[in-house]
Design a protein around this ligand. Structure first.
Ligand code: NAP
Length: 228
C-alpha cells in the first residue's frame, strides 16, 4: 500500500492518481487543499505533517488497515528571500515542513515497518541542495538535511527489509514550478542540458524502481535532466 503526503497538489497528487488507477490501497495526506477521492481504495486525510500528535492519532486509527507500506514524502513548501531580508519564522516553517514533517511521518511509521519486516520510504529532495541559487537558503537547507537523515535511517533499518532513498528533482512540469515566472522558467530550461522540464512519468518510473528494489538504500537518485 502507498501513503503519500502532499497528495492534494502537484507531484503528490499525480502519484496518487497514478497509483489509484492501478488499484492500490492508498492513504493520501493533504493539509489545506481539500481533496475528494474518486477511487474506492484511496482515502484522504487532512493532516499537518509538522504536527506530530496529529500524525500519531491518524496512525492509531489506520494501523489495522496498513500493510507493506511505501511512504512517499511529497509534502513540501518553499520560501523565497535573500537571507539578510528573511523572516525567520517563514524560514523555519520551511525546515518544519520539508524536514521535520518528513521525519514525523517516518518516525511514526517505522516501528510498524520494522514489525512487518518491510518498508519503502521515498523522500523528495531537490537539485538546489547542490546547485547554488539565490533566495532559497531555507529550501536548500531543508533538502540538504534529507541527505544525511536518509543515510542514517538506511543503516539502522537495512536488516529489516526497509529502504529509504531520496529522489532529488530538478525542475518538474508539475507542482511548485507554476510559481516561477515565465521569464525565469525560460532561463531555467536553457540551463538544463536536455532543455526540458521533467515529465511526470519519469518521476513515477523512478518511484516504481525504488518501490520494487531492496538493494538500493540510502541513495540519492537525481532526476534532473543532467543539470548538475
Ligand atoms: N515541482 C518541482 O519542480 C520540484 C522540484 C524539486 C523538488 N520538489 C519537491 O517535490 C515535492 C512535491 O512538490 P510539488 O511541486 O508537487 O509541490 P506543490 O504542488 O506545492 O504541493 C505541495 C504539497 O505539500 C502539501 N503540504 C504543504 N505543507 C504541508 C503540511 N504542513 N502538512 C501536510 N501537507 C503539506 C500541500 O498540501 P495542501 O495544498 O493541502 O496544503 C501540497 O499537497 C516537494 O517536496 C518539493 O520540494 C519539487
Amino acid at each position: 500500500m502507498i501513503i503519500i503526503t502532499g497528495a492534494s497538489k502537484g507531484i503528490g497528487k499525480y502519484l496518487c492518481d497514478e497509483y489509484s488507477k492501478k488499484d492500490f490501497d492508498i492513504y493520501g495526506i493533504y493539509n489545506s487543499t481539500f481533496i475528494e477521492s474518486s477511487y474506492p481504495k484511496t482515502k484522504f486525510s487532512k493532516l499537518n505533517t509538522t504536527n506530530y500528535d496529529e500524525i500519531l492519532a491518524w496512525f492509531q486509527e489506520v494501523k489495522p488497515y496498513l500493510k507493506d507500506i511505501t511512504l512517499i514524502n511529497c509534502a513540501g513548501i518553499n520560501y523565497n528571500s535573500f537571507a539578510h531580508k528573511a523572516d525567520v519564522r517563514k524560514w523555519k516553517e520551511v525546515i518544519d515542513v520539508n524536514l521535520i514533517g518528513t521525519f514525523n511521518m517516518i518516525n511514526v511509521l517505522l516501528p510498524f515497518m520494522r514489525e512487518q519486516s518491510f518498508g519503502r520510504i521515498i523522500n523528495f529532495g531537490s537539485v538546489v541542495a547542490e546547485l547554488p541559487s539565490p533566495g532559497i537558503s531555507a529550501y536548500a537547507a531543508s533538502k540538504s538535511a534529507l541527505y544525511g537523515m536518509a543515510k542514517s535511517i538506511a543503516v539502522e533499518n537495512a536488516t529489516k527489509g526497509i529502504t529509504i532513498n531520496n529522489v532529488n528533482l530538478g525542475y518538474s512540469e508539475l507542482g511548485m514550478i507554476s510559481e516561477v515566472p515565465e521569464k525565469f522558467l525560460e532561463d531555467i530550461k536553457k540551463r538544463i542540458p536536455s532543455n526540458k522540464l521533467c515529465k511526470p512519468s519519469d518521476i513515477f518510473n523512478t518511484i516504481e524502481y525504488l518501490r520494487n528494489t531492496e538493494y538500493v538504500n540510502g541513495a540519492e537518485i537525481n532526476i534532473n535532466g543532467g543539470i548538475i
